[in-house]
Ligand binder design. Structure first.
Ligand code: SF4
Length: 70
């Protein structure tokens, strides 16, 4: 499983890093970046919880979810 951050939609709330420091970190601009190519097996549930907790950003009536599985 892979996870991707839409950097334009990320508001840097840090929720994803709280769920999985092994997979996410905030860069110098305060935007979440994915540290691993593949999500480690023992981090899968944490990443799913991070996706559920990731806030949405509304832009021109299109709801963008910063975190997505790929
Ligand atoms: S939870 Fe979503 S909005 Fe918050 S830092 Fe992570 S990717 Fe960005």
């Amino acid at each position: 499983m892979k996870v991707k951050v839409n950097e334009e939609a990320c508001i840097g709330c840090g929720a994803c890093t709280a769920y999985s420091e092994a997979v996410f970190e905030l860069n110098d601009d305060g935007i979440s970046v994915v540290k691993t190519d593949e999500v480690p097996e023992d981090e899968v549930q944490n990443v799913k919880d991070a996706i559920d907790s990731c806030p949405t950003a509304a832009s021109k009536k299109i709801i963008i979810k910063p975190l997505n599985l790929v």
